[in-house]
Structures are given as C-alpha cells and as structure tokens.
Write a protein that binds this ligand. Structure first.
Ligand code: HEC
Ligand code: HEC
Length: 280
C-alpha cells in the first residue's frame, strides 16, 4: 500500500519535472528578449533601409499636442532625445514643414555623445491661424531621418467668429437655424412663447449689448407698428438681409402659435406709433 503511494508520487514528480524542462527553455528565452530598461515606445514614421540604425536615438514623444488661448502668439514645444547607443550621433539639420515653424538645436550641428541627450525646441507662429493645425519637423542626422509632429488647438478669436457668422448669414439668412448656429439661435426657442420666446429668438440679435450696426433697435423704430407688422416680419424676415424668416414653411423653427405670441407681446410692449408716444 505505502509503496504504491510512493511510486505514484515519484511517477508524478518525474512527469512534472519533464514537463518543466520542456517548457522552461522558451520561457527563459522570452524573458531575456525583454530589454532590461523599457524604452519609450519607438514609432518609426516610414520604413527606410536605415531603420535598423534607428534605435540609436530615443525620443520622449514623436508627437506633442498643445491647446493655446485665443490670441496667443506662439506655441512652444520641447522634445527630449537620448542617444541610447555606444556611438556618437550627429544631428545636422532640422527641417520644419512651413515658414511659420522654427526648430532649434542646442548647436548646429549637434553632437550627441553616447548615452547623453538634450532638447529640441519647436515654435509655431500662430498669427492668423485658428482651429486644429499640425506641423512637422524632419530631423536629419547620422541616424535614420525622423519626423516630429506638433498639434496645436487654437480657439477662434471671438471677433473673427462674429465676422464669419455675419458673412454666413448674409449669404443665407436661414443659416442661423442650422448646424452649430442652431445651438444659440434655435434650440433656446423650443417650447417658449411670448416674452421668453422674444428674448430667445429675437433679443439675441436685437437686444445684444454690442449689436451690429445693421441690426435695428426694435424698441426705437421711427415708424408705426402693429400686430400684423410684427407677424409678417417674424414669418418672412427680409430677403437679402441677415433677418431670418422664422415660420416653419420658410425654414424657420417657430409654429404659427409661437409667432402669434411674439407678435402679441411686441404689439403690447412697443408703442404702435413713436410720434404719438413721444408727444404724450
Ligand atoms: C454661442 C452662441 C452663438 C452661436 C453658436 C452663434 N451665434 Fe450668432 N449671435 C450670438 C449672440 C450672443 C449674438 C448677439 C451679438 C453678440 O453679442 O455677438 C449673435 C448675433 C448674430 C447675428 C447678428 C449680427 C451681429 O453680429 O450682431 C447674426 C447675423 C448671427 N449671430 C449669425 C450666426 C450664424 C450664421 C451662426 C452660425 C454660423 C451663429 N450666429 C452662431 C450667439 C451665437
Ligand atoms: C440673426 C439676427 C436676427 C434675429 C435672430 C432676428 N432679427 Fe430681426 N433683424 C435683423 C436684421 C439684421 C435686421 C435688419 C434687416 C434690414 O437690413 O432691413 C432685422 C430687422 C427686423 C425688423 C425690421 C425693423 C425695421 O427696420 O422696420 C423687425 C420688425 C425685426 N427684425 C423683428 C424681429 C423679431 C420679432 C425677431 C424674433 C422673432 C427677430 N427680428 C430676430 C436680425 C435679426
């Protein structure tokens, strides 16, 4: 009985030992393949014949992103590079993708001794630019060429945005009810009537503190007005101007009942005849 148990244990031990010997070799190999110091991920831009050479230099990143404030003059980046090899690497030139971008080496040419490194400065001139822009700088060296990319997010200057909006409205006065314009010019009108609807649909343009000169002050018109006057203007607006037509049949957002409610509100609050109003 005891002998049999011993045999089983010994048998199992031999099998397990054999299995371990079988599998350990590839495991040890795999472990050795991992470099002792994990370098930052290296992303080659284009497969070139000299690519085998390319791991001489290790960059902290090949692409960097920056969000600037409206009106900021430049976007400044710094890329860190390390020569991880035992040979000298010489960076002789940086080629920016456009005249608006400058790239600076610590010295020209820049000699990077083995196992040392430093920084490259990249500056993008943002004059006249907005939105998301990408610029590249090609690094030419005794190592494989490398492309560094910078991405800059530039918020639009409010005055520029306004001019662009006005131009869009001049070309198509119904544009205010579509795409991104709808966020401010249409969405807030939903489900509203009367005074609130006037503020959301009309006041946004007509009562704005810094109104464009072409937008009249509805509370100081030099002619008489009545319910019908308001209703017609709201329904159809004016072709060839920035005044949109609000009726659904004209591509606007307002129902007949909503239009009637604003016309009623205005006919009750704006003096029907400014001349008699002034005489009072
Ligand atoms: C973030 C909200 C917002 C968005 C989005 C918006 N507008 Fe406006 N819009 C306003 C405000 C507020 C005014 C009042 C004037 C001011 O303060 O700039 C205005 C005024 C206007 C005027 C009257 C002229 C003027 O400049 O005073 C027009 C025309 C106009 N917008 C068209 C557009 C168009 C076209 C779009 C879409 C391309 C658009 N707007 C997108 C908020 C917005
Ligand atoms: C996108 C901006 C904008 C919005 C929104 C807007 N208007 Fe206008 N409106 C204008 C402009 C610009 C004019 C001048 C048109 C012209 O060139 O004669 C104008 C003209 C008018 C006039 C003519 C005034 C006159 O000179 O006799 C009336 C009335 C009027 N709007 C009423 C309204 C009402 C009511 C609403 C809301 C339902 C409204 N508007 C919404 C831009 C706007």
């Amino acid at each position: 009985m005891q002998r049999n148990q011993l045999r089983i244990i010994l048998g199992l031990g031999t099998v397990l030992g054999a299995l371990f010997l079988l599998f350990q070799a590839p495991l040890v190999k795999a472990a050795r393949a991992i470099p002792p110091q994990a370098a930052p991920p290296f992303v080659p831009t284009s497969p070139t014949p000299s690519q085998t050479n390319s791991e001489l230099l290790v960059w902290d990143a090949v692409m960097k992103e920056l969000t600037v404030t409206a009106g900021q003059a430049t976007a400044d980046f710094s890329f860190c590079v390390t020569n991880v090899s035992d040979t000298l690497v010489v960076i002789d030139k940086l080629n920016p993708s456009c005249g608006c971008t400058t790239a600076k080496l610590p010295s020209e040419p820049w000699l990077i001794a083995p196992h040392t490194g430093g920084h490259i400065g990249i500056t993008v001139n943002l004059a006249g630019k907005f939105g998301t822009i990408y610029k590249t700088v090609t690094v030419s060296s005794t190592n494989a060429p490398k492309t560094l990319t910078v991405k800059v997010n530039i918020p639009e200057n409010p005055e520029m945005a306004r001019t662009r909006n006005q131009e869009m409205a001049k070309a198509d006065r119904q544009a205010v009810f579509r795409n991104d314009c709808a966020r401010c010019h249409m969405e807030p009108t939903k489900g509203k009537e009367g005074k609130e609807l006037y503020a959301a649909a009309c006041g946004i343009c007509h009562d704005a503190e810094h109104r464009a000169t072409t937008v009249p002050n509805l509370h100081a018109l030099n002619h008489s007005t009545d319910y019908n006057y308001w209703k017609v203007w709201i329904t159809t607006g004016k072709a060839g101007s920035m005044m949109p037509g609000f009726a659904i049949e004209n591509g606007g957002p307002l129902t007949e009942a909503q239009i009637a409610s604003v016309a009623k509100y205005l006919s009750e609050t704006v003096p029907t005849n400014p001349q008699t109003a002034q005489l009072k």
